[in-house]
Design a protein around this ligand. Sequence first.
Ligand code: IMP
Ligand code: MG
Length: 185
Amino acid sequence: MPHSHEDYLGEILITSEQLQKRIAELGAQISADYAGKDLLLVCILKGGVLFLTDLMRQIAVPHSIDFMAVSSYGAGTRESTGVVRIMMDLEIDIYGRNVLLVEDIIDSGHTLSYITRVLRARNPASLRICTLLDKAERREVDVPLDYVGFRIPNKFVFGYGLDLDEVYRNLAFIGVVKPEKVNQS
Ligand code: IMP
Ligand code: MG
């Protein structure tokens, strides 16, 4: 049985109110940028799910959504390996579409760099990236980010879509893991 999230929570980094306020701003910006254009939001599972559902409610232009699942971690580690696998591909053909990728967090950049390479080869009309969190200090591969919710320090975070060993994605805020719990939950 998983423990209460409070056993792992060092501090709340971004409150629910701060998240919702920033997501409303991002939604307004995206609505302005895509006014009169076709728009397809592509959510990267599983971490991007809460962000997608809140963001799309703040986007005023008609749009479709689709999902893609990738895995970028070696088993039992919290480091991106640079080896990325597509676990579930898109249903919609993105040829000629304006695609906006919706991600939870960019860390090393390996995952997004791989996904954008795969999607570009399918010739969308445009491909942009919207990430809720940017751990810029950790970047190993350069990926151009078009919309960023928050730049965060190099700490392991969870909640609001992000998991700690597959649990606590449901939390309405972003929390920092207690340092002593970082590799032993
Ligand atoms: P990257 O390939 O290193 O950019 O890794 C991106 C992926 O790693 C994200 O989509 C998350 O699934 C995961 N990740 C990176 N940092 C964290 C974190 O602090 N908490 C939870 N997941 C993370
Ligand atoms: Mg992820």
